[in-house]
Design a protein around this ligand. Structure first.
Ligand code: F6R
Length: 244
């Protein structure tokens, strides 16, 4: 893993946005995989700034988001689609028809997961997949457990993950959906290049296990060790248990 260390969270966001911007400039028809969560908010703000100040264009790019809750509309403030509109899509020139999202309201969720896999394949696969990491080592909604799913699937969320997502549901974890759709670990590992971003001391332990520990379904992020093009963007607190 190619680890890139920065003093602060702000510097991580700036460097990551620059990294994404140069990939988009190099390949305007790039297919990006995108996460939600608290961590990428500053990076998305930087990308919006690069759009305004430097004319960075996403006009020929496509995006696939990693995951979405089951049972809420895309207009619900807790949905990941709503998050992406607010933090990124509204501020860049990405054509709506090239924004791809899992539909958590689909009547047949298995068929919806198959559709997503097909759409990714039809787009030629993901060129650059951005990832966050849960404090329990989850990636997308691939939660730690006895086994991992390779393909896009229907996942039950852990209580801790529901607590972490409660803010957009009136602060009440019981209001957070119990299920989500998520790209599988295999879907993620098929991307040509991966960039994982983690900030804050809360992520230090799972970052250390991801980088140094055994590959185990108990820490889904450890599977990234098997990919040949992974960059990890960290601030000092997230890297505090690594000797880098
Ligand atoms: C969400 C996703 C999740 C988050 C993870 C970290 O699309 O993929 O795996 O990346 O839960 O979330 P934050 O950034 O809020 O700590």
């Amino acid at each position: 893993m190619n680890i890139r260390l920065f003093q602060t969270e702000e510097l991580v966001a700036r460097a990551l946005a620059d990294r994404v911007a140069s990939a988009v400039r190099q390949r305007p028809s790039i297919v990006l995989g995108l996460p939600t969560g608290r961590t990428p908010i500053a990076t998305y703000a930087e990308l919006r700034r690069l759009r305004v100040e430097q004319g960075l264009s996403f006009a020929r790019a496509s995006t696939f988001n990693l995951d979405e809750f089951v049972g809420i509309e895309p207009t619900h403030p807790g949905s990941f689609r709503y998050f992406m509109e607010r933090h990124l899509f509204e501020g860049i020139d990405l054509p709506p028809e090239r924004i791809h999202f899992l539909d958590g309201m689909a009547p047949d969720l298995d068929a919806e997961c198959e559709r997503y896999e097909r759409n990714i394949a039809n787009a030629g696969g993901i060129d650059l997949q951005l990832l966050g990491i849960g404090a329990n080592g989850h990636i997308g909604f691939n939660e730690p457990g006895e086994e991992l799913m390779a393909n896009t699937h229907h996942a039950a969320l852990h209580d801790g993950t529901r607590r972490d997502n409660a803010a957009q549901f009136g602060g009440d974890p019981t209001q957070v959906p119990q299920e989500a759709l998520s790209m599988g670990m295999g879907t993620i590992l098929k991307a040509a290049a991966l960039i994982l971003v983690a900030t804050g001391e809360r992520k230090a332990r799972c970052v250390e296990r991801m980088v140094r520990g055994p590959v185990t379904t108990r820490l889904p992020a450890s599977f990234l060790q098997m990919h040949r093009a992974v960059e990890v963007f960290l601030d000092r607190p997230a890297a505090s248990l690594l000797s880098v």
